[in-house]
Design a protein around this ligand. Structure first.
Ligand SMILES: NC(=O)c1ccc[n+]([C@@H]2O[C@H](COP(=O)([O-])OP(=O)(O)OC[C@H]3O[C@@H](n4cnc5c(N)ncnc54)[C@H](O)[C@@H]3O)[C@@H](O)[C@H]2O)c1
Ligand SMILES: [Zn+2]
Length: 345
């Protein structure tokens, strides 16, 4: 089995990220080469657990317990974290033992937060099972849950010591969920590696995941706590989040909203100095990957939703522009100017 490895040097230690087909089948051995637990607790969800939990559990010759959360973003809340704490205590987990997150970004975020806070921090391994979680959420140490007031409002930075990425598990993903992850893949191409955009649809997904994780690792390593550069990962997300909010998070998936947001951001980039309008070629790639490209929402409503987002600072919005494919810039744009431009694009 060919395994690619990347390491992220975080402020609190190193995170090893392994990528390879079939890695799930040797996950326990990989964990035991890094951790020395007396017991293991796995957190998964009601869709992923029937598919992969037994396969993982059966590899350990140690006591293994599990929490299976109901699947879905609506369960990414504090009560899920509390459920995990109770299960960890019931299992007799100590600070030497290992917590594994087996699932998509929702399971990863909840479990990461539980691991960061249980006994003030227990060792964590992420085994991401969606494309989005493999290229984005499992790497970089952001963990947390939603509150009724908004998404991701409570959380912590907590790097997993180990991330095991097995692209084989993507074979069971519903096409829409796979497409959501492709939106983030395309995002990486736009902001940091234009060659990646040519790779999509031609190269093995394993190589594509590797290129994406490498970009995320590099960005996080330079700005672990999200005070500057890490913002470029939000390309397409400012308008995307506004659309998601307008749809009450049910009409559009995150990837679909980001896709529409990226095309709009590309048009804005052109209006703000990009020599070429790259929105056409971007829309073609998105469409070929089952993603929407047209911003259908009322522009006034988008503008208002965007301004209420946490990323605004006074009267300027830090906007991520791509004026040259493969390079992102953080550009403060006056709210009034943005308003004007949004009505034109
Ligand atoms: N921490 C970060 O840096 C970060 C970054 C981006 C997104 N996120 C968070 O990630 C979450 C979204 O993650 P997601 O898109 O993975 O959603 P998800 O975890 O809800 O997974 C999507 C669906 O796919 C199912 N699933 C997962 N793996 C599967 C598999 N291999 N086969 C079949 N079904 C499978 C899940 O049960 C779920 O129903 C959001 O809560 C978002 O806030 C976090
Ligand atoms: Zn995203």
């Amino acid at each position: 089995m060919e395994i690619k490895t990347l390491t992220l040097q975080g402020s609190a230690g190193q995170s090893d990220i392994l990528i390879g087909r079939g890695l799930l089948s040797e996950a326990a051995a990989r964990c035991l080469s890094v951790f020395s637990p007396s017991r293991v607790h796995i957190v998964s969800d009601s869709i992923v657990a029937p598919l992969y939990l037994e396969q993982l559990k059966g590899q350990f010759q140690l006591p293994v317990t599990a929490t299976v959360l109901p699947a879905g973003e609506e369960h990414k809340r504090l009560s899920a974290v509390e459920t995990i704490y109770h299960d960890l205590l019931a299992a007799g987990m100590t600070r030497k033992d290992l917590v594994i997150a087996l699932g998509g970004g929702v399971v990863g975020d909840i479990t990461g937060f539980a691991a960061s806070s249980f006994l003030r921090g227990v060792p964590l391994c992420q085994i991401p099972t969606t494309l989005l979680a493999q290229v984005d959420s499992s790497v970089g140490g952001k963990t947390g849950v939603d509150l009724p007031e908004g998404k991701n409002l409570v959380g912590a930075f907590y790097q997993p010591r180990l991330v095991l990425i097995d692209p084989n598990v993507l074979s069971t993903l519903p096409p829409e969920t796979y497409a959501d992850g492709m939106a983030e893949v395309i995002k990486y191409g736009c902001i940091a590696n234009r060659a990646l955009l040519d790779q999509i649809g031609h190269d093995d997904i394993e190589n594509i995941v590797y290129e994406c994780v490498k970009i995320k690792r590099d960005v996080v390593q330079q700005d672990e706590h999200d005070t500057g550069l890490r913002m470029i990962l939000n390309f397409g997300h400012t308008i995307g989040h506004a659309c998601e909010k307008l749809e009450n998070y049910v009409g559009l998936t995150h990837g679909q909203a980001v896709a529409v947001g990226m095309v709009a951001a590309m048009r804005l980039s052109n209006a703000l100095g990009a020599p070429e309008d790259l929105s056409g070629p971007l829309a073609d790639i998105l469409q070929a990957n089952g993603l929407p490209t047209v911003l259908t929402h009322d522009r006034e409503a988008v503008f208002n939703a965007l301004l209420s987002d946490k990323k605004k600072f006074g009267s300027t919005v830090n906007f991520i522009l791509v004026r040259d494919l493969g390079k992102a810039e953080i550009v403060p744009v006056e709210a009034e100017r943005l308003h004007e431009l949004l009505l034109k694009i």
